[in-house]
Design a protein around this ligand. Structure first.
Ligand SMILES: NC(=O)c1ccc[n+]([C@@H]2O[C@H](COP(=O)([O-])OP(=O)(O)OC[C@H]3O[C@@H](n4cnc5c(N)ncnc54)[C@H](O)[C@@H]3O)[C@@H](O)[C@H]2O)c1
Length: 469
């Protein structure tokens, strides 16, 4: 999924798929269970963060055929993003379920409140802004009694991880259902691989390898702030460049592979040590990059039993591109994702070579369950309509923390433990619940346009130093 060149294609593919599902299910005449006390089984959905993923998530949600569901409110801090998303949805396969009146399209940093205020308890809000705002929006959703789908990663630092864990417990105590967009967990192929690994088919897991290596993508590599809009708004627009907004390219891009490999191992690593650096410091026009990312990372994670996981990430053109994941056991090898974040098929081999002759098993998934983005919505809505316990928050936070731990190990040049990351006091976006478009950005450029960047071996207890005076 979501390969740098194919994310748009993937979205197009599942828009096609959902169109077919819609036609099939209209013919089938599906029974509609009740979810609201008033006897109205319609689920209303609000979208907070109307970018590429938010718009895709709406299509996935509205493609669910277990009962009536519609989009009724949208919120964003950028008008062009909200308008563009609305127009695209109105042209797409779920257009008839997009019922967002003009007075339900909210702009600004408090837009999320208005969008959620327009829903009833038991409805659903989709949180697809950059991660810094996740806890703010989740907190309000819980207050309003809403079910939630939120995108990954959910945190980049210790303080917001602790907040999110607590909020996750509050949501469960209120019986709210919460999905987190780590769609690997809903890949039917990976689900079967997980069972087979737990059943001992490859023996004890001793080592895992994950790779996401391709050219520069997203907004991870930025040149100097052009002076408008406000520095904060510009950083939001280029959120992959800033650790406070996204956890940088390491967290944002590599989390799916980190997450599903840890799932196969049935635990989270206890510590990490890592390499990484910035090889290319200027773009093709010789303009300096000013973002906070390295262009290559290699993280060695260690689990409590001593097993290792290596995650290699690179955003560089002209190099050997690899985007897949592997689990080595004492008896055999498994390919978890054969291409992309969790691309089918998964497979198991005798010994450590992935030779066809050694292949013992390959996943076979029914055609209508091959898209994990659709599966994750079907699973969430099933839990909502049939009142099944459902919270992916804790593991969403743990996957986010595992990424932050590896990233911080690379950025500081130190060994970092899971507990250190969880309990770290550096908060990357303090006060983001009170921001307006004119608030100062949490990292600010010096006179040369550069932001505080990681300096391994120099700044060792934080990922980056203070703003220039
Ligand atoms: N699961 C996946 O495969 C997958 C794929 C892509 C993106 N994502 C995740 O989805 C999230 C969004 O990514 P994207 O690619 O859609 O980015 P995007 O920039 O296209 O969309 C984010 C939107 O949020 C808006 N926004 C920012 N701050 C806001 C605020 N405080 N209130 C309301 N709106 C706000 C932005 O203006 C923008 O329209 C990220 O966390 C990303 O990691 C997940």
């Amino acid at each position: 999924m979501q390969s740098p060149r194919s994310e748009a294609n993937t979205r197009r593919d599942f828009i096609k798929t959902t169109g077919k599902l819609a036609a099939a299910s209209a013919l089938a005449g599906v029974a509609l269970p009740h979810v609201h006390a008033a006897g109205d089984s319609t689920l209303s959905v609000a979208l907070v963060g109307c970018g590429g993923r938010g718009s895709g998530a709406v299509v996935d949600a509205l493609s669910n055929k277990t009962g009536p569901i519609r989009l009724t409110a949208m919120a964003d801090v950028y008008k062009d993003k909200l308008d563009g998303s609305y127009r695209a949805l109105k042209r797409g396969p779920v257009a008839n379920q997009v019922e967002v009146a003009e007075d339900k399209q909210f702009l600004g940093f408090d837009g999320y409140k208005h969008a959620m205020d327009s829903l009833k308890p038991g409805d659903i809000v989709i949180l697809t802004t950059p991660l810094a705002f996740r806890w703010v929006h989740f907190q309000y959703a819980i207050q309003k009694g809403l079910n939630v789908f939120m995108e990954k990663p959910v945190t980049a630092d210790g303080p917001s991880s602790r907040k999110m864990l607590k909020l996750g417990e509050e949501a469960s105590a209120k019986n709210l259902k919460v999905g987190v967009g780590l769609m690997s967990r809903h890949s039917r192929g990976l689900q079967e691989l997980y069972k087979r690994i737990q059943d001992g088919e490859i023996g004890d897991v001793v080592m895992m390898r994950g790779y996401r290596m391709h050219g520069p993508v997203g907004s991870a590599f930025s040149t100097k702030y052009p002076g408008n809009p406000s520095e904060l708004m510009w950083q939001i627009r280029n959120f992959h460049s800033f650790l406070w907004a996204s956890g940088g390219c390491f967290s944002d891009f590599y989390i799916h592979i980190v997450d599903h490999l840890c799932w196969m191992k049935n635990g989270w690593p206890v510590k990490a040590q890592a390499l990484g650096g910035r090889h290319y410091k200027v773009n093709t026009e010789d303009k300096p990059f000013i973002d906070q990312n390295f262009d290559s990372y290699s993280v060695e994670y260690t689990f409590a039993d001593g097993a290792k996981m290596f995650m290699d990430g690179r955003c560089m053109n002209g190099c050997n591109d690899i985007y897949s994941s592997y689990v080595h056991g004492a008896k055999g090898l498994a390919i978890a994702s054969s291409s992309g974040d969790c691309g089918l098929p998964s497979s198991i081999f005798k010994g450590q070579n992935a030779d066809r002759a050694n292949r013992l098993w390959t996943s076979e998934v029914k055609a209508d369950e091959r898209n994990p983005y659709i599966n994750e919505w079907n699973d969430l809505i099933d839990a909502i309509r049939n009142d099944k316990p459902y919270s992916e928050v804790k593991r969403g936070v743990e996957a986010s923390l595992t990424c932050s731990m590896g990233r911080m190990a690379a950025h500081t040049g130190q060994e970092i433990t899971f507990e250190q990351m969880l309990n770290h006091e550096h908060e990357y976006a303090p006060g983001c619940d009170t921001w307006t478009a004119d608030s100062p950005a949490p990292v600010r450029a010096g006179p040369d346009g550069r932001y505080p960047i990681p300096t391994p071996g120099v700044v060792k207890d934080r990922e980056y130093g203070p703003n220039p005076a």
